[in-house]
Structure formats: C-alpha cells, structure tokens
Design a protein around this ligand. Structure first.
Ligand code: PMV
Length: 342
C-alpha cells in the first residue's frame, strides 16, 4: 500500500452481471450453495471514487450516492467495511470518503448491488496493490453481495466450487476461458416490467432455500447446468445454451414459489413476454432466449448477429409489456477497470 500520509484517490468502474446458471442459497460467509455462471455487462456500471488517507482508526467520513450524501447507504457500506476488517486489516488505519454513481436508474431491477460491490471491491484491491487483483477484488466484492464476485472480469465468469474444474472456487469468481466465436458478441436487452424496491430482499430470498424440500435436487441440477452451459459456450451451441438458460430462470422462480413462505415475483407481463419469445423463436429460428432474476423483469439474451430482427420484434411486440415502455440495451463486457488512480 502506498502510504505517504497525504490523501490519495482511486476511481474505478465495475459493471452489473446477469446469471445464466443462478446462485440461490448461501452459507457461512457469503459462500454459495451451488456454483453459478454469468455474463458481465458493459453499459450498466457503477463508478466508485475513493479518497483515502492514513488515520488512527477506521473512519468512513462520507458516502455520496449520485452526488448526494446518503446516510442509509453509508451505514450499509460502513457495516460492510467494518465487517471485512479481519480480511483487510489495512482498513483499520484508513479514513475514507466514497462517491458512487450508477449509469442506470437505481432500483430499476438491474442488480445494482452487484456493480456497487464489484466497484468497491476492485477499488479496495487497487488500494492494497496486491498481485492477484482480480481474485482479490472478487473475494472482497463477494463479501458485500455474492453475485458481485462475478462482475470483476468478463465476458463470462464462474463462481463456486465445481469438482472437475480445478480453478473454480467458492471464494471468488474465475473467468470462463473457452469461448466460441458464437458467444463473443452477445446482447442483453432488459425489459423493465417492474421498477422500485425489491419485493423480497436478497438475504431473505437466499434464506428461503435453507429448509426447501427441493434443495438437494436443485444443487445437483445447478452442477449439471454449469457443465452444460460451459460446454455450450465452448462449442457455440445456442440451442443447448438457451434451453438451460430458460430452465434456470424458471427453476429459480419455481423454487421461490414452492418455498415457505411462497414468493411470487413474476407479473402477468413477465409471463406474456416468455410466451411471446418462445413463439418468435419457433417462427423464426432466431436464438432469442430469456432469463429472469429475483424480480419481474426479463433479460433477453441473443447473439449480436441477429440484432436487427430481434430489435424489430422487441419494439413491435415486447415494449408494451414494459413499464412506461422502458428497456435497456446492454451486451457482454470485460469487467472492472481503473479510471483514475494516484
Ligand atoms: O448477490 P445477491 O445476494 O443479490 O444474489 C443474487 C441472486 C440472483 O440474482 C437471483 C441470481 C444470481 O446468480 O445473480
């Protein structure tokens, strides 16, 4: 760590991500009960600027979100930073001011905690000046929000231990290296069906799996879906990939709907989109598939080579399902990066 006594700055950017194989259920210190794979986004990003200087004890002087002091986020980030001091002891003698802003509307249903904690983790790893920046940043991000671990690198990352993948880890995500040309340029259009605060918090959602009657079958299935998804990305097999992608989204929601208490997050528009996408695929043979996180919004995933017909279809048949016609176009990206550092 560069410790000259004066205030130093680091500014980084990290994206959100969308899971293909879903992480649902955790244990211990933010360890996943099953491995997951996601696509790192390009446009939906958090920019995080940290000013830091030596201090007798840890202090978070201020936390601004979108240019405004935000006490509730400040207290969450303060808790997070105090909670990681055992793994990041340098924090004990730093005072920080943090500014964070998103390129997308907060609470729009985009995983803002993923990009926010990825940016914070990446900035902290840069401050520490460790060698393995990516794995360290991913580990620090994971401690804030599990899925954030997957936003440090791109275009695809794997998080969670898999028996046959030596580099896989519950601690941090690793980059998927075998990518067929068919998966080099992949688009994600996010249909905003419901915006605003989540109906079920992430922590409460993950807890639903603890005593779930299908828990063990789900873990087994996720492992199989990881192997099949990695193989589809390696061999460029969109049909196999998309079949699993949709199955994963439907399984996530099926698990929630069969939890105690039961949680129904899909809206009628969500179902409408799913049917319309399947019909379009049947009629055109264009590999347009959907996935859904813990909410009502639908993420459409498709190869850039079909962008024209897909865009026509989205604007003519799907936009009316969106709240105020809102949707966001994104694509696969490369992960976190430094903007400025001193
Ligand atoms: O990172 P968390 O705790 O917000 O969990 C995210 C869980 C899902 O978005 C539903 C799935 C995933 O793997 O991203």
């Amino acid at each position: 760590m560069n410790n000259t006594g004066s205030t130093q700055y680091i500014e980084v950017q990290a994206p959100s991500n969308i899971a293909f194989v879903k992480y649902w259920g955790k244990h211990g210190r933010q360890f996943p009960i099953n491995p997951s794979i996601s696509m790192t986004l390009e446009n939906c990003v958090t920019t995080c600027k940290i000013a830091y200087k030596p201090s007798d004890e840890f202090h978070l002087d201020s936390y601004k979100f979108e240019g405004q002091e935000n006490e509730s986020f400040k207290s969450r980030i303060d808790n997070y930073l105090r909670g990681i001091m055992d793994v990041y002891p340098a924090l004990q003698t730093l005072s920080l001011t943090i500014e964070s802003s998103n390129s997308f509307p907060h609470s729009s249903g985009i995983a803002s905690s993923a990009s926010a904690f990825a940016a914070l983790g990446y900035a902290l790893a840069q401050i520490e000046q460790v060698d393995a920046i990516e794995t360290r940043a991913s580990e620090l991000a994971r401690l804030g929000s599990g899925s954030a671990a997957r936003s440090i690198q791109g275009p695809y990352t794997l998080w969670g231990h898999c028996d046959h993948i030596a580099e896989s880890s519950d601690q941090y995500a690793v980059r998927v290296t075998d990518v067929h040309p068919n998966f080099i340029d992949v688009r994600n259009t996010i249909l905003l069906i419901e915006t605003g605060a989540k109906a079920v918090s992430s922590t409460d959602g993950h807890a639903l799996i603890d005593n779930h009657p299908f828990k063990h079958a789900r873990i087994e299935q996720a492992h199989q879906n990881i192997q099949a998804t990695l193989s589809s990305i390696k061999h460029g097999d969109w049909e196999q990939f998309g079949t699993i992608l949709e199955n994963e989204a439907l399984t996530l929601h099926a698990m929630m709907m069969t939890s105690t208490p039961a949680v129904i997050l899909m809206m009628p528009q969500t179902i409408g989109v799913m049917h319309a996408v399947r019909k379009f695929r049947q009629e055109t043979n264009i590999p347009l598939y959907f996935t859904i996180d813990a909410g009502a919004n639908v993420h459409l995933i498709y190869p850039a080579s079909h962008i024209d017909k897909t865009t026509d279809f989205i604007t003519s048949h799907l936009v009316h399902y969106c709240k105020n016609g809102q949707y966001i176009n994104d694509k696969n990206g490369q992960g976190a990066r430094i903007i400025h550092g001193s």
